[in-house]
Design a protein around this ligand. Structure first.
Ligand SMILES: Cc1cc2nc3c(=O)[nH]c(=O)nc-3n(C[C@H](O)[C@H](O)[C@H](O)COP(=O)(O)OP(=O)(O)OC[C@H]3O[C@@H](n4cnc5c(N)ncnc54)[C@H](O)[C@@H]3O)c2cc1C
Length: 386
């Protein structure tokens, strides 16, 4: 007999939708609440490594993802003038899977949402969690519209400012400003951009990920004041200034920016919840439990893995429900801690390049070690028995 007959999933991002599917396809009655009024998610694209694609396969959504996404197996690092520093062939994928498949975030959401709806998940938009009751047994929750419900499990995939995590640990643990921010924009893809690319600059980096037959997204990661507010009308000018040191197609894109350019900016606020990842019948996963710098393009991938692992632990694990949730948290903390520390080290190393001499030294080091270092992360990500 399963320990859980009904489940409330809080949050309709990649993690929440994946969790809803993972539970629903095992016969659990799932309600998903999302505080946004629609799924028109901001954010421009997601590279999904093979480990995430394996999860999507088990969730029954791999074919449409592979159909719509761009497959790639390498990354290149350049200097600001677009001279190649380092080439890396990802050691991931195989058996019919690419190392990476990248697609627009809205497309991944739509594919996951369609599958959740087809499985009978009840989706309630513009609905936010407001509280979880104390006490043993099934969780009694309240919603911001005044409604209530009782659930065997509350799966909090409600993102970086998670209400479920707040109920579990308050502000004892939570995201902290890193001092860096990420600018992104979806643009036309030059035909020679066929994999992930970075241009390492002085005081920041730019780069691109292909996400469609003729589309890619361009990003710029650099120091930014945490409390800075950028008006949308100024963003094209600000991003153009920030990209001034870069040549190649980055220069052309910078020159083409206009006030209408759909630029997205977000501060980087890394965070890893040490544990436990549950309290009573409430549990967290995805960005609610860990927010990693985007260097391994694996944040959403880890959210999908968390979702799958949670359903497996809850439905197939041993002991009472809290034992199962504790086992899930321990296993996922270990895996996410690797991704978190690897990505943070990479962020720190690239953002420490603050002079021409530092850039020359970083380039020499990358030529020596870069590909072998990334291969360590590749092998770790691949090593994930589902
Ligand atoms: C610059 C950048 C680039 C990135 N690139 C990649 C990449 O290439 N590949 C990759 O795998 N990852 C990438 N990531 C990471 C990825 O975006 C996140 O890790 C991922 O989206 C987290 O998914 P999630 O479902 O956990 O959270 P979210 O996507 O944040 O979803 C949480 C949802 O919960 C909702 N919510 C919040 N509170 C409540 C509430 N109280 N009640 C109801 N709903 C609520 C929110 O509205 C939201 O829709 C990148 C991140 C950044 C910053």
């Amino acid at each position: 007999m399963t320990a859980v007959r009904n489940c409330l999933v809080v949050g309709g991002g990649v993690g929440g939708l994946s969790a809803a599917i993972a539970f629903a396809q095992r016969g659990v009655e799932v309600t998903l609440i999302e505080k946004r009024p629609d799924f028109n998610v901001p954010g421009v694209g997601l590279g999904q490594p093979a480990c995430a694609l394996r999860v999507y396969d088990r969730l029954g959504v791999l074919p449409p993802i592979l159909d719509i996404g761009v497959h790639y197996g390498h990354m290149d690092v350049f200097d600001p003038d677009y001279n190649l520093i380092m080439h890396h062939d990802f050691q991931m994928g195989g058996g019919g899977l690419p190392a990476f498949c990248a697609l627009a975030r809205v497309d991944l959401h739509r594919i996951l949402l369609d599958r959740a709806v087809a499985l009978g998940v009840t989706i309630r938009m513009a609905t936010a969690l407001s509280g979880i009751g104390e006490g043993d047994g099934p969780a009694r929750v309240t919603f911001e519209d005044g409604g209530t419900g009782t659930y065997d499990l509350v799966a909090g995939f409600d993102g970086i400012r998670s209400s479920v995590r707040d109920w579990m640990v308050g502000d004892m643990f939570g995201p902290r400003p890193s001092g860096f921010g990420a600018w992104r924009i979806q643009v036309d893809r030059p035909s020679h951009v066929t994999g992930m690319e970075f241009l390492q600059g002085i005081g920041g980096k730019a780069g691109a990920i292909p996400i469609g037959p003729d589309r890619m997204y361009l990003f710029n990661i650099r120091p930014e004041r945490f409390d800075e507010f950028f008006a949308q009308a100024d963003m094209h000018r600000l991003l153009r200034e920030r990209l001034a040191q870069f040549g190649g197609y980055v220069r052309e894109i910078a020159d083409s920016l206009t006030p209408q350019s759909p630029i997205v900016y977000g501060a980087l606020e890394p965070f890893l919840l040490p544990g436990p990842w549950h309290r009573g019948r409430a549990v967290v996963g995805g960005d609610a439990a860990h927010v990693v710098p985007p260097h391994l393009t694996a944040g959403a991938a880890m959210a999908a893995e968390d979702a799958w692992a949670l359903a497996r632990a809850v439905l197939d694990g041993e002991g009472g429900i809290e034992d199962r949730l504790a086992a899930y948290g321990r296993a996922r903390f270990a895996r996410n801690a690797f991704v978190y520390s690897f990505a943070r080290d990479w962020l720190a190393a690239e953002q420490a390049v603050d002079s021409p001499a530092a850039l020359a030294a970083a380039a020499a080091e990358m030529r020596r070690n870069g590909s072998r270092r990334i291969a360590v992360a590749d092998r770790f990500l691949e090593d994930n028995p589902l």
